[in-house]
Design a protein around this ligand. Structure first.
Ligand code: G3H
Ligand code: ZN
Length: 306
């Protein structure tokens, strides 16, 4: 289905902010997940972003930004979804430099509605410089740019200290003073912050593990929202304590990324000998219940897109 006068994702995020609602963004880790994700959002009369990150095509089965766009175009419904390019790192989780310009330029040309540059593994200065460069690139199409400040840990190889220790010490948390400067100088439209959220593991030996229940430093989030005045993004959405996740939407979070939960639902079926169609139904069921029970966003579409 095509949408002649569809509201842009920039406006929809702005509307979410006014309503105190956080829009889910579901990662397509495997191409066949695209269809059931969109179907679930539509059946719940909700709204979501469908997204793909570089990890999804390098480590899992999303193939490429182009392949996801082709699949998305087959199933898209502009009343309910937009397509976002998630994490394109300047330096990846294995410490390799990435040609982020080429990937983001390609995605913009393909027609992605919004893009993310993740230069959070660089210094503050470099993160600002790289994000500015991408903001310039995106100006050509008007696509909003998401950036990350602080470190949402979990994608990197190697063991992390226990979660509660990470939380207590605030390791990787977005700093207020840096956030002020980043908001002023980077040119980003949306900002991913680290406030206790962590990513699900993606390594071969750890990708099937159940995530710990993360919780959020809500007072810190409030300060970041106040000083940046930007729409804020919560990564590592799988398995966050529900009450904290819902509260975060009242304090500046407008987009919540969910990857591991629906990827594992899909992969577990295949691992048990099920078919792709059965794995798609597991994705549909998990996505539906996340929208309905966890995000409590059934029926939200009309309020967000009007
Ligand atoms: O960018 C992707 C997300 O942050 C997904 O995180 O896999 O922990 O849900 P998750
Ligand atoms: Zn993420």
């Amino acid at each position: 289905m095509s949408g002649a006068s569809k509201p842009g994702v920039r406006q929809i995020i702005q509307r979410a902010r006014e309503l105190g609602v956080g829009i889910p963004a579901f990662n397509v880790a495997h191409l066949p997940m695209t269809e059931p994700i969109i179907r679930a959002v539509r059946d719940q009369d909700s709204f979501a972003l469908v997204e793909v990150s570089r990890i999804d095509w390098v480590k899992f089965g999303a193939e490429s930004p182009e392949a996801v766009m082709i699949e998305y175009r087959i199933h898209e419904d502009p009343r309910h979804v937009r397509l976002h390019l998630d994490h394109v790192p300047a330096v990846d989780e294995d410490q390799n430099k990435v040609d982020y310009r080429a990937i983001i330029t390609e995605a913009l040309e393909l027609g992605y509605d919004s893009v993310m540059i993740d230069a959070s593994r660089l210094s503050l200065e470099e993160n600002i410089r790289v994000t500015r460069e991408v903001a310039e690139l995106a100006r050509r199409t008007g696509a909003p740019v998401e950036a990350e400040l602080g470190a949402v840990l979990g994608h990197e190889k190697g063991p992390l200290p226990p979660y509660e220790e990470l939380f207590r010490t605030g390791r990787g948390f977005t700093r207020e003073d840096e956030a002020v400067r980043f908001a002023r100088e980077s040119g980003c439209d949306w900002l991913s912050v680290a406030i206790g959220n962590i990513h699900g593991a993606v390594g071969e030996a750890t990708k099937d593990q159940k995530k710990v229940e993360a919780h959020l430093a809500l007072d810190h989030l409030k300060k970041l929202a106040e000083v940046t005045r930007l729409p804020l993004v919560l990564h590592g959405g799988s398995g966050i304590r529900q009450s904290d996740m819902l509260a975060s939407m009242k304090h500046g979070i407008v987009k919540v990324n969910v990857g591991t939960e629906i990827r594992q639902a899909y992969e577990q079926v295949l691992k048990a000998g099920g078919s792709v169609a059965e794995a798609q139904e597991a994705t549909y069921a998990r996505t539906s219940s996340l929208i309905k029970e966890w995000f409590q966003l059934s029926g939200v579409r009309a309020r967000l897109t009007s």
